[in-house]
Design a protein around this ligand. Structure first.
Ligand code: ATP
Ligand code: MG
Length: 416
């Protein structure tokens, strides 16, 4: 029996890779115009890194991590998200000492043991960005502007931006208490997970998808109503910057994020087009995280988008690449001439195909059609003797006689 891939782990086939490259290239271009540089960190980290940063009582750490013991007996985990590793590197390599503000981006696979379905996989890919060293609300707005620029450059109207504030260590405890009291009064209506969350992680109850819990938590107190003066001011300034930059958003006071490190501004980009997988990108401020991971007390903010979900939104866009020229060969003598022309044109960046299978002329031209080559040339004895051939534009069949010189062929097939 042949070996299959692991459930929830996908192959990205050539038919889809053009779309992925478009997403990645657009992100690189937009991010670098906002002054971000790429960082690449390991896919595997010590398990403790994720427990300490994401939080022991989150779904990710409780249920979703791929954790294993290696041959030396260390507990290692396939990264479920990108921020923890990036901040670990920032602290370990003391990037904060070289630059007071670091703007970093990353892209790559993440791993979560979830139930696979459309838009939800066990290996999935994120593109994310982090800014460390600045608490100013202008940075929050810059990051959100960059995210919204990225989606508009991708040509997407969906998803839309929702923002919230999760407060800070000054105001969160008071809110937490109010929420615990509210949830306690409705304990009987909550699912088992949420009953447990009342004491472990009450904010997560607001994110529960169980219909009973959604209903029971309607009218729950919101964090925004409990913000301290500083957090309230910060949140208002973020909104005013977004308005200045004409970034449209709505406030979602029920939005809590699935990771414990968030403070103040949090956000999601949501769509109605992907069913239960409504979050396309998400992020927020994590002002305590860097210190928590052994670094200095500097603030940070970041976001990540799910590449698979963005690809689903872009779905029907065509990124098929086609050869510039197909050289059909008649007879052995023309084979080496075809090879010479091909090599010279490839050197100039053209995609040139020819026959590698000894097909009949008819078979070769069928292949040129199938590949959707823009131009074709047939090289036979007559062409070799005269040093000229007919260059055919495949779209309309029009032909021109051309000398078999790479510069002339290049000029003829260029840029159409
Ligand atoms: P969800 O609510 O859908 O589980 P999340 O809150 O767990 O998402 P984050 O941890 O914020 O997601 O990750 C950021 C983005 O990564 C998400 O908005 C989504 O696009 C993508 N993502 C997260 N988990 C998966 C997954 N299992 N498969 C595919 N994409 C995912
Ligand atoms: Mg999740």
């Amino acid at each position: 029996m042949s070996i299959t891939a692991i459930k929830g782990f996908n192959d990205l086939l050539p038919a889809e890779s053009g779309l992925w490259q478009f997403i990645e290239d657009t992100a690189r271009r937009v991010f670098s115009s906002f002054g971000f540089n790429e960082i690449r960190v390991p896919i595997v980290e010590k398990t403790e890194l994720f427990c300490r940063s994401i939080g022991d009582t989150t779904d990710i750490v409780e249920k979703e991590m791929y954790t294993f013991t290696d041959k030396a007996g260390s507990s290692l985990t396939l990264r479920p998200e990108g921020t923890a590793g990036v901040i670990r590197a920032l602290v370990e390599r003391k990037l904060y000492a070289q630059e007071s503000i670091n703007k970093l981006y990353y892209m790559g696979p993440m791993f979560r043991h979830e139930r696979p379905q459309k838009g939800r996989y066990r290996q999935f890919h994120q593109i994310g960005a982090e800014v460390t060293g600045a608490a100013d609300p202008m940075i929050d707005a810059q990051l959100l502007l960059m995210v919204s620029r990225l989606f508009s450059e991708l040509g997407l109207k969906e998803p839309t931006l929702q923002i919230n504030s999760l407060g800070c260590p000054v105001c969160r405890p008071g809110y937490r208490e109010a929420l615990v009291n509210f949830l306690d009064e409705r304990r009987d209506k909550l699912c088992e997970d949420c009953r447990r969350r009342i004491s472990s992680n009450p904010l997560r109850a607001l994110d529960c998808k169980v219909p009973g819990c959604v209903e029971a938590t309607e009218g729950a107190p919101s964090m925004i109503g409990h913000l301290c003066t500083e957090c309230d001011e910060h949140f208002k300034k973020v909104q005013s910057y977004l308005e200045t930059a004409a970034v449209s958003f709505s406030i979602n006071p029920r939005m809590v994020r699935g990771l414990d490190y968030y403070t103040r501004t949090t956000f999601e980009l949501v769509t109605g087009l992907l069913g239960a997988q409504s979050a396309v990108a998400a992020g927020g401020r994590y002002d305590g995280l860097i210190e928590q991971l052994g670094g200095p007390s500097v603030p940070g903010i970041g976001f990540a988008l799910g590449v698979e979900r963005v690809a689903l939104l872009l779905g029907d866009r065509c990124f098929e690449r086609t050869p510039d020229l197909f050289i059909a060969i008649m007879g052995d003598a023309s084979r080496s001439e075809a090879f010479r022309l091909m090599a010279a044109l490839q050197h100039q960046g053209f995609w040139v195909e020819s026959d590698y299978e000894g097909k009949s002329l008819k078979g070769q031209l069928r292949r040129a059609d199938k590949l959707k080559a823009r131009y074709s040339i047939v090289l036979g004895e007559t062409e070799l003797t005269s040093g000229k051939a007919s260059l055919k534009l495949m779209a309309d069949g029009s032909q021109q006689i051309i000398e078999l010189l790479p510069e002339l062929i290049a000029a003829a097939i260029k840029g159409e």
